[in-house]
Write a protein that binds this ligand. Structure first.
Ligand code: KIV
Ligand code: NA
Length: 278
């Protein structure tokens, strides 16, 4: 199968063909996601939480994102890969943003970049798009601003919030974004934004009216994720228990002398053995 393009993704909205997006952070997750037929891989800065063990995405660096994107790119050569620009690597002036974006594309090997924010970063989104880099927007609950937002709260409950979300979405579309993630946005507001825009919206905790959905790899697999209990997540497997019990069996068998068994061992020629024992 062929890697999708931003043209394909925009057409999927018109055709009412929902876009499936999931995060992946390394070679095996990328290989499995591609084999499973996923439309878009997101190398999310959520890797800070689920892979690196940080409490927020704020400590994630540009080098972290490049390192993980390279591994994903090696595993998913036929899947469209979007990489997050991490905290403070954009929104701080056009030239710096362009230079950091260039590293993610060249050294990482992403096909597109995702940035958190609305009107305040629209001019930088425009500069990236003009430089030939496809940009995915991300509004609603934007985890890099968690301290400013005062926690991981649902966005778009009040009139003022809803109005700001719509303004941000329109500004990103006008700046040339090819899609927008809506995170933890109330269902009616996410649906209204999806109807208003001609580019696809991809929801996480944003209800049924979006043009696509995104979730975090470790969340849907219950793979030792700090988010497992979130309401917006559906778990499709319990990999955490599978891994825990496999490791525990291994430990027990090593302690009991049950592993390795004869079939896991390698023999030598009798002469070689006799020589050592004299
Ligand atoms: O980093 C991430 O995983 C994300 C998604 C939750 C949209 O940005
Ligand atoms: Na992210």
């Amino acid at each position: 199968r062929k890697r999708l393009t931003i043209t394909n993704l925009k057409k999927m909205k018109q055709d009412k063909n929902p876009i499936s997006m999931l995060t992946a952070y390394d070679y095996p997750s990328a290989v499995l996601a591609e084999e499973a037929g996923l439309d878009v891989i997101l190398v999310g800065d959520s890797l800070g939480n689920v892979v690196l063990g940080y409490d927020t995405t704020i400590p994630v660096t540009l080098d972290d994102m490049i390192y993980h994107t390279r591994a994903v790119a090696r595993g998913a050569k036929n899947t469209f890969i979007v990489t997050d620009m991490p905290f403070m690597t954009y929104g701080i002036g056009r030239e710096t943003t362009l230079r950091n974006a260039a590293r993610l594309m060249q050294e990482g090997g992403a096909q597109a970049l995702k940035l958190e924010g609305g009107t305040e970063i629209a001019s930088e989104v425009e500069a990236l798009v003009k430089a030939g880099i496809p940009v995915m927007g991300h509004i609603g609950l934007t985890p890099q601003s968690v301290h400013q937002l005062g926690g991981y709260k649902v966005q778009g409950k009040l009139e003022k919030e809803a109005q700001k979300l719509m303004e941000d979405a329109k500004a990103l579309e006008a700046a040339g974004a090819f899609a927008i993630v809506l995170e933890l946005v109330t269902e009616p507001i996410a649906e209204a934004i999806s109807k208003e825009l001609s580019i696809p919206t991809i929801g996480i905790g944003a209800g049924r009216g979006c043009d696509g959905q995104v979730l975090v790899y470790h969340d849907i697999l219950q793979y030792s994720s700090p988010y497992m209990e979130k309401k917006m997540v559906k778990t499709y497997a319990d990999i955490g228990s599978t891994i825990r019990s496999a490791i525990s069996s291994y430990v027990n068998e090593v302690k009991a002398g049950a592993f390795p068994a004869e079939e896991h061992t390698f023999g030598a020629k009798p002469a070689a053995i006799n020589h050592l024992y004299g």
